[in-house]
Design a protein around this ligand. Structure first.
Ligand code: HEM
Length: 478
C-alpha cells in the first residue's frame, strides 16, 4: 500500500508497483530521465518530488532545486540503498565507500581521502600525473596519424584508460597502455554494464526473484560476469602488492598503505582485505566512468561546434603558446577552457541521476512523508537542463559560466552533489578534463569526418550516460 502522504505518482499495482508505466514511458522516450520528466509533469504539478514503486523498491525522485538541497542536507536521508544489486557487487556484504553508510563509510572514506593525498590526490601532484598522461595521449595520437597527415579516431571512449591511469597511479602505483588486452576487455565490459543498468537499479534488483528464474534476461548473469572479471583483476593487483610489500620501505601507493595498516593492526573495526578490494572497485568505477563520459560529451560538442573549438584554441595559443604543454596551473588564466569543463559536466550530469540515497528513518521531504528505507534520488535533469537556470540548456555554451571574463559558478550548479556524500573525486575529474582537453586542442584540431556528418546529439542511456559513439578527423596543428 502507498504510505499516507507519500509523494504523488502513478498508481501502484500488486507486485509490479508502477513498473509497467515507467517501462512504457521509457520505451516511448528512449531514456529514463525523460520518462521521469513525463511522469513528474503528469503527477507532480504542485509537488517537487515524484513517488514510485518498482517491484520491491520505493523510490522518490527529487525534482526541484530547493527539494534537492533539502534532501542532500537532510541527515535522515544520508543512507545508501541496501539489497541484492548493491551488495552482490561486494560479495553479498556492504563494503566500499560509494554505496555504504554509517560507521564503515565514515571511517573508510576518511582513511581513503587522507592517504590518497599522500600520493597527490587533491594536490599539485595530481596535475603532474594528468600532464604525464596527456603527453601519452599526444604520442598515441601522433602514432595513429603516422605520416598520413590526419587520422579518423573513435572518440566517445578515447580517454577512458588515460583517465583510469591518473587514479590508478595513486591507488595501485601503475598505469596501463590503452592497447593492453586485459584493460580493453575490462573497459568494454564496464561500458556495457553501465549502459545496461540504471542509477536506481535494474530488473533483478527491483524483482530479486528474477536473478533465479531469469538470470540472463534480468541482467543478473552479465552483472556477475563483469564483476567477477573486475574482482579477479583487483585481487591479482592485491596479490602482487602483498608479495612485493617491504615493511621497512616507503609505501608507493594506497594499496601499500592499506596493507601496512592490516599487517600492523589486523582486520579491526571496519578494516579488511575485502574492504580494500571494494574501495578499489568503487574508485575504478566511479572515477573512470563519470569523467570519461563527461569527456565524450565534451568532444562530441567540440566537433559539432567549431567556433567553441576555435575560441578554446585561441586562448590556449595566447596563454600557453606552442612550446610547452598546458598544465592545471594555467587554469586561472584560461577561463574559457575552464568553462568548457563545467559545461561538459553539466551536459553529462544533466542526463543522469545522483547516486541513490536511502532514508535511514521516517522523515519528511518537501512536505511529503518519506518512510524508512525509501530510496531517494536527485534528478539533476530538472536543474542542469532547466532553461530557467541554464537558458538554451541543450546548447554547448561555455560562456554561460563566464562573468566579466572570469569563471563564476551559480549556486544552482552542483553536479558533484552537496553535503556529506559529496563526490570525492571532483578535483581530479576537473583537473583531468582541463588538462586532457587543452592538450588535445593545443596539438590537434578535430573536425567531422568527411561524408559522415556531425556527431549525433543522441546519447546512450544507462547509469552513466554517454555521447553516442562518434568519430572525428584529427589533424595536427603544430
Ligand atoms: C565528472 C565527473 C564526476 C561527476 C559528475 C561525479 C558526480 C558525483 C555525484 C553526483 C555523486 C553523489 C553525491 C551524493 O550522493 O549526494 C558522487 C559520489 C562519489 N564520487 Fe563522483 N563524480 C565524478 C567523478 C568522480 C571521480 C573522478 C571519483 C574518484 C576519484 C569519484 C568518486 C566518487 C565517490 C567515491 C563517491 C561517493 C561519495 C560518498 O558517498 O561519500 N567521482 N559523484
Amino acid at each position: 500500500l502507498k504510505p499516507r502522504k507519500f509523494p504523488p505518482g502513478p498508481k501502484w499495482t500488486p507486485i509490479l508497483g508502477c513498473a509497467k508505466e515507467v517501462y512504457k514511458l521509457r520505451e516511448k522516450t528512449g531514456y529514463l530521465y525523460k520518462a521521469v520528466r513525463e511522469l513528474s509533469l503528469t503527477y507532480c504539478k504542485e509537488t517537487p518530488v515524484l513517488g514510485l514503486r518498482i517491484g520491491k523498491d520505493r523510490i522518490v525522485m527529487v525534482n526541484s532545486l530547493e527539494a534537492n538541497k533539502e534532501m542532500l542536507f537532510n541527515e535522515d536521508i544520508d543512507g545508501r540503498p541496501k539489497g541484492i544489486f548493491y551488495q552482490t557487487r561486494t560479495w553479498g556484504e556492504r563494503r566500499g565507500v560509494l554505496l555504504t553508510d554509517g560507521e564503515l563509510w565514515k571511517e573508510q572514506r576518511r582513511f581513503l581521502i587522507k592517504h590518497l593525498k599522500e600520493f597527490g590526490f587533491g594536490r599539485s601532484g595530481m596535475g603532474e600525473t594528468a600532464k604525464l598522461e596527456a603527453e601519452h595521449i599526444v604520442i598515441d595520437v601522433m602514432h595513429m596519424i603516422g605520416d598520413r597527415g590526419s587520422a579518423v579516431i573513435q572518440m566517445h571512449n578515447f580517454f577512458n584508460v588515460y583517465i583510469l591511469n591518473t587514479l590508478w597511479t595513486m591507488m595501485a602505483g601503475n598505469r596501463y597502455n590503452p592497447s593492453d588486452p586485459q584493460m580493453k576487455i575490462l573497459q568494454s565490459m564496464l561500458f556495457d554494464l553501465f549502459a545496461a543498468v540504471d542509477m536506481v537499479g535494474t530488473a533483478f534488483s527491483h524483482f530479486p526473484i528474477l536473478s533465479i528464474v531469469a538470470p540472463t534476461l534480468s541482467g543478473y548473469r552479465n552483472f556477475i560476469k563483469t564483476h567477477k572479471r573486475i574482482w579477479k583483476f583487483l585481487r591479482e593487483e592485491l596479490a602482487r602488492h602483498k608479495d612485493s610489500f617491504q615493511p621497512d620501505k616507503e609505501d608507493k601507493d594506497f594499496m601499500d598503505v592499506y596493507i601496512r595498516a592490516l599487517r600492523e593492526h589486523g582486520e579491526v573495526n571496519t578494516y579488511s582485505e575485502g574492504q580494500l578490494v571494494a574501495m578499489c572497485m568503487d574508485m575504478f568505477m566511479a572515477g573512470t566512468e563519470t569523467t570519461s563520459k563527461s569527456m565524450s560529451f565534451c568532444f562530441s560538442y567540440l566537433v559539432r561546434e567549431q567556433e567553441v573549438q576555435r575560441k578554446a584554441q585561441e586562448e590556449i595559443d595566447r596563454v600557453v603558446g606552442k612550446d610547452r604543454v598546458p598544465s592545471v596551473n594555467d587554469r586561472p588564466n584560461m577561463p574559457y577552457n575552464e568553462a568548457i569543463v563545467h559545461e561538459c559536466v553539466r551536459h553529462f550530469m544533466g542526463r543522469t541521476f545522483g547516486v541513490p540515497h536511502r532514508a535511514l528513518r521516517d522523515t519528511t521531504l518537501a512536505g511529503c512523508h518519506i518512510p524508512e528505507d525509501t530510496m531517494v534520488v536527485s534528478n539533476y535533469t530538472n536543474i542542469l537542463l532547466d532553461e530557467n537556470y541554464f537558458p538554451e540548456p541543450y546548447s554547448f555554451k561555455p560562456e554561460r559560466f563566464l562573468v566579466n571574463g572570469r569563471v563564476s559558478l551559480p549556486d544552482h550548479y552542483f553536479p558533484f552533489g552537496l553535503a556529506k556524500h559529496r563526490c570525492m573525486g571532483d578535483a581530479l575529474a576537473k583537473c583531468n578534463i582541463f588538462v586532457f582537453t587543452t592538450t588535445m586542442l593545443q596539438r590537434f584540431s578535430l573536425v567531422p569526418v568527411p561524408g559522415e556528418g556531425l556527431p549525433s546529439l543522441d546519447h546512450m542511456d544507462g547509469a552513466t550516460p554517454s555521447a553516442a559513439p562518434f568519430k572525428a578527423l584529427v589533424i595536427p596543428r603544430i
